[in-house]
Each structure stands twice: as C-alpha cells, then as structure tokens.
Design a binder for this molecule. Structure first.
Ligand code: TXA
Ligand code: MG
Length: 348
C-alpha cells in the first residue's frame, strides 16, 4: 500500500487533511460501521462526478448522502414523515438509509435525477469525525469498483481504486461488514429496498414493514442482480454442502471430462464444520454460526477466495433471519443467480 495516500484515522491531523481535500472537490475513502465509503462533497457536482468515474459506476445508480446528525440529514429532505423521525431516533447514528423527497439543493447527479435522496447518519467514529471536520453532507457509495465485492478494509479500497482516490483514512476493518439497510416510505409503511445492518425484525418493532424479496422488481437502481460479485464464479448451494455430495460428485465428473483436470473449488460456510478432501479450501465466516460475526467477515472472505485461482466458489445459504437476510442478498447477487447443481459445469 502506498503510504502517501493512506493516513491513519488515529491521527487528529488526518481529519483536517481529509476535510481540506473534500473542500477542494477531491475524493476521500473512509470507514463506516458497514463498509468503506468513497466520499465527496455532496453539493459539489464536479466532485460527485469524480465518484462515478473512479468507481466506473453508471450514472443511473444514485448515491447515499451522509450527515453528522439527523437534523442535518433531514435538512436535505423536502418532507419527513413521522415514521422517519421515529426510526432516526432509534437507529441513527447507525446502518440505516432512508429514501425521502429531496430538496432542490441536492444535485441531480447525486440522486441520478430521482426526486428522492437517500440519507444516512453513520455511527463509526471515523466517519463522524470526518463529517464534523468537513461540516457538510458527504456523498459516498461503497469504495469498490462498481459490481465488485464491497471493501471492509483500507487495503481493499487501495486494491480496487488505488490512485483514483486522493486519500484513504485507515480506520481498520468495518464492524458490521454489510451495507446499510435502505428503506423507502409508503404512507406509514416502510419498504426495504436493500437488506442490511438494521434488520427487518428491528424495524418491525417500530413501524409496519413490507417483506423484502431479492427477486422482486428493481426499485432501487443499484439492485440489479449481478453485484457484489467476485471474478471467480460463485454458486449458491441449496443447503449444507454435506447434503450436496451426490450432485457435487456428478458435477466434478463433468468438469473433469471437459477440462481434463480436477476442479479447484472453495467453500464458504457459516460455521466451522467437517472438512472435505476434494475441496481446495473451506472458509468459515464464524466459528459457531453467529450471524453478526459472519456478516463482518463476509466480504473479506469472498475477496480471499477470489485470490486463490479457484474454478468455482460454492456458498452455503445463511439462515433466513436477522442480518442473515443481508448476507443472503449479497451472496445471491454475487452468484448472479447461479445455483449449484449436478449440471453446473455442463456448459463449460
Ligand atoms: O452502508 C452503506 O450504505 C454504504 C456506506 C459507505 O454508507 N454505502 C453504500 O452505498 O452501500 P452504495 O452506493 O454502494 O449503495 C447505495 C444504494 C444503492 O443500491 C442505490 O441504488 C440506493 O442505495 N439508493 C440511493 N439513492 C436512492 C434513491 N433515491 N432511491 C432508491 N434507492 C437509492
Ligand atoms: Mg455498493
């Protein structure tokens, strides 16, 4: 990692430098509790333009605007329903993003021309210090190349974006590990556009929540199927790998007959379990299946597997509850709809 661009978030002076770069229209990557964000002055169109260029992000995919506190965040919105204030009081600062009608002051580029803006008040101390030092809204998508696995360490950002960012604030690895939950309001009800760090169960304690379906229509422009994807093909298993041994045997034979060598496969599981000699590696996201721990290790694990020159990554599905739903969503998109089956190598 080249040192000139990476500053420790433990040094007070780093924030002054970061705020100066933001004021000049530059890009600063910084940790939040979810993932690293690629930040720019949200009210400076040229600066925001650089985010799209650096990420190779299509202009139809709108950005999240980060603010220091709920008042400032709502200041960017034309209307704020009482449910939004209720949720802000409970979950901000934290991994929740609310889509609300935008005020004129928010540039169209930030919202991809939509009438709404996504706002969030992050909880991570480094993000908060940066927002305080800068003193204005920061637009920040995840600091990865568009479509690739999200970054949860400064090293991931450096790998993905390198010289395209002016400064990376290194604040270690992100504790939550999956992005914020994105919600929209329909009357007094809440619709989850992207499952994330705040769970549907937690939201349902305070408001009426519509069920989220990953396969549903695209309401949030960033919710196309291929996303969070490693270069190595990732296939979702129908259940535990232990129940997949017969189809796996058939699939392996097909691979061998096509390629003339054994398949190199890696397996991603939720808790430590049995090992299998025909797999190159098995990565457990948690020792005992704790979902929060699994979420925080997810993107690092996918990146690690992606560097092993495997032919395929197999992933066990997480439990359909709590933050497990956010993990399932990311894996489903990383798999681009690919499901592991006995026929998975038929069209090699
Ligand atoms: O945890 C997070 O949310 C991280 C950190 C950096 O805060 N940010 C993040 O940003 O994940 P990004 O750009 O990778 O994802 C933003 C998501 C996209 O799915 C986008 O389509 C959606 O939010 N979004 C943004 N503005 C929207 C709007 N006005 N209406 C609907 N969806 C919106
Ligand atoms: Mg992203």
């Amino acid at each position: 990692m080249s040192l000139h661009r990476v500053l420790s978030a433990h040094e007070k002076a780093s924030y002054q430098e970061a705020a100066r770069i933001l004021r000049q229209g530059g890009l600063v990557a910084f940790p939040t509790e979810t993932v690293y964000g690629l930040g720019a002055d949200a009210l400076n169109v040229q600066a925001v333009c650089r985010i799209f260029e650096a990420k190779q992000r299509p202009a139809f995919d709108p950005l999240i605007v980060h603010e220091y506190d709920p008042d400032r965040a709502f200041e960017l919105c034309r209307e704020v329903p009482p449910e939004a204030r209720l949720l802000a009081a409970r979950f901000w600062p934290g991994p929740l993003t609310m889509v609300l009608p935008k005020k004129e002051i928010v540039p169209d580029l930030v919202t991809s021309g939509l009438e709404t803006v996504a706002v969030r008040v992050p909880r991570h101390e480094v993000a908060r210090e940066l927002l305080k030092a800068f003193g204005g809204p920061i637009a920040a998508p995840s600091a990865n190349v568009f479509g690739y696995t999200s970054p949860t360490t400064a090293a991931h950002v450096e790998e993905d974006l390198g010289e395209k960012v002016d400064l990376i604030l290194d604040g270690g690895s992100c504790p939550v590990g999956v992005e914020s939950t994105v919600i929209a309001f329909e009357g007094s009800r809440v619709r989850i556009l992207r499952p994330g760090g705040v769970t549907a169960e937690e939201l349902a304690d305070l408001v009426r929540v519509e069920a989220y379906t990953a396969k549903g229509r695209v309401e949030s422009p960033g919710q196309m199927t291929s996303h969070y994807a490693p270069w190595t093909p990732l296939h979702l298993l129908p259940g535990a790998f232990g129940d997949f041994l017969e189809p796996w045997d058939a699939a392996k034979k097909v691979f061998f007959s096509r390629k003339g060598r054994a398949v190199r496969a890696g397996l991603l599981v939720f808790r430590e379990g049995p090992s299998y000699s025909d797999l190159e590696t098995i990565l457990a996201l948690s020792r005992d299946g704790a979902l929060e721990e699994a979420a925080s290790n997810l993107f690092e694990a996918v990146r690690k597997l992606d560097k092993m020159h495997l032919d395929v990554i197999l992933a066990e599905p997480p439990p359909d509850r709590g933050i497990g739903r956010a993990i399932a969503d990311r894996l489903f998109k990383a798999a681009s709809g690919r499901k592991a089956s006995k026929d998975m190598f038929n069209d090699l």
